[in-house]
Design a protein around this ligand. Structure first.
Ligand SMILES: Cc1cc2nc3c(=O)[nH]c(=O)nc-3n(C[C@H](O)[C@H](O)[C@H](O)COP(=O)(O)OP(=O)(O)OC[C@H]3O[C@@H](n4cnc5c(N)ncnc54)[C@H](O)[C@@H]3O)c2cc1C
Length: 399
């Protein structure tokens, strides 16, 4: 047994935390424990470049083995933590070994939610290994049914179309990505996917899945070669819950990302924190990056409150979606060239609170960066100028 700072979950948040601890001068023992066989990696490319075959695991990794060794980060791979003893400040690995910690970060992320009604193999996409298994099956002409019109389902559908598959996408709700996107952007997504040849069906329910078809509740049978489900993420809270830590939809933390145990923090997709007074989890790259860094600082005793501006992106075909901040009721819409759209969310004083952009290439990313600066500046804005595509956003920063 030896004492150390330990990070459970060698994904994005966990990997970022480990690197930050060294950057911030922590010189003690540092152990990063993962259940996957890989170096810490970022997941966004899994549904894009990795699935297309244009990016490999090295291209998504946060660091290589040489860097981990140089930084003295002990990476234990393929050996999950099976038990956490918060009284004794120690944890047990699947191979039976016990490790004692002086501070602990839980960054256990989540796994793809499974379909209860599947009677035949269904593929899911959360890990690199799952991406490779899916990539092997996405051949030109393959008939793919994608279940779920959220981001994973939509990105898989777009990539599969790019690879020449015939794609049907099933969404239970009335619009695509309806939980997180405003209606006009959902409509634009729907139009693009249909234009690209995806047979998108809304308001449909799956009865059961056979080896060669998906049966819908309304009696329709959709013959297919492959079924992929993107129906959400199940946070990996079991370890924390069994240890008696407070959990809700994720591992609950206070403003400093500290769990109900004083020497244990949580970060990333598994972390349930208060944002605008409401407990929530954020399943985004931006959050994993920010909370991984932040938890590392607080493991070093900085006691900093976590403040964040949420945001995420998605790439589908050659279009990009970007969001930042929060969506309020007061919306101003700007039409962008090429059928793109930029939505601004204002408070009662016409200060920007959030924005959502959908445009070809990386045009939305550029606009959303400026919106982020407008939010930070707290400038009172003229809704007429925001709506006018001929008015550049940059000068608005001057108020
Ligand atoms: C296919 C895909 C595409 C995405 N695209 C985008 C995008 O375009 N834009 C965006 O903003 N976000 C995107 N995301 C979301 C983003 O990748 C996640 O929010 C981010 O990976 C969360 O990081 P994390 O470290 O919290 O969790 P993870 O990266 O999932 O890491 C958690 C790790 O902990 C491991 N673990 C769990 N339990 C244990 C245990 N007991 N012991 C040891 N290890 C354990 C897990 O196996 C995993 O390796 C995407 C996600 C996926 C899956």
């Amino acid at each position: 047994m030896s004492q150390a700072l330990i990070i459970v979950g060698a994904g994005h948040a966990g990997g970022r935390a480990a690197l930050t601890l060294r950057e911030e001068g922590y010189t003690g023992r540092l152990i990063l424990i993962g259940d996957e066989a890989h170096l810490p990696y970022e997941r966004p490319s899994l549904s894009k470049g990795v699935l297309q075959g244009s990016t490999d695991l090295a291209g998504c990794s946060l660091c290589d083995n040489a860097r981990l060794a140089a930084l003295g980060i002990e990476h234990i791979a393929g050996n999950p933590v099976s038990r956490l003893d918060t009284q004794q400040h120690r944890l047990q690995l699947a191979d039976g070994q016990w490790l004692t910690y002086t501070g602990l970060l839980l960054a256990t992320g989540g796994r793809a939610r499974r379909l209860p009604e599947a009677q035949a193999p269904v593929l899911y996409l959360r890990t690199h290994d799952e991406a490779l298994a899916l990539r092997d099956r996405l051949r030109s002409g393959t008939r793919v049914v994608v279940i779920g019109g959220g981001f994973i389902g939509l990105e898989v559908a777009a990539t599969a179309r790019g690879l020449g598959c015939e794609v049907t996408l099933l969404e239970a709700g009335p619009r695509l990505a309806g939980r997180v996107l405003p209606a006009p952007i959902s409509a634009a997504l729907l139009a693009l996917h249909r234009e690209q040849g995806v047979d998108v069906r809304l308001n449909v329910a799956v009865e059961c899945i056979h080896a060669d078809a998906v049966q819908l509740v309304d009696g329709q049978r959709l013959p297919c070669d492959l079924v992929v489900a993107g129906i959400g993420m199940q946070p990996n809270i079991e370890l924390a819950a069994a240890a008696g830590l407070e959990v809700g939809q994720g591992i609950r933390v206070d403003a400093q990302l500290r769990t109900s145990a004083a020497d244990i923090y949580a970060a990333g997709d598994v972390c349930e924190f208060r944002l605008a007074g409401v407990y929530q989890r954020q399943e985004t790259w931006r959050n994993a990056e920010a909370q991984g860094r932040h938890a590392a600082l607080n493991l070093l005793g900085r006691a900093l409150p976590f403040e964040t501006l949420p945001g995420f992106w998605s790439d589908q075909y050659d279009w990009g979606l970007q969001t930042v901040g929060v969506m309020t009721a007061r919306t101003v819409s700007r039409a962008l060239p090429g059928a793109g759209l930029l939505l601004f969310y204002l408070d009662a004083d016409a200060r920007l609170q959030g924005a959502c952009g959908w445009a070809p290439g990386n045009a939305a990313a550029r606009d959303i960066k400026l919106c982020e600066r407008l939010i930070a500046a707290g400038t009172v804005l003229n809704p007429g100028s925001l709506a006018d595509a001929d008015v550049s956003l940059k000068p608005l920063l001057r108020g």
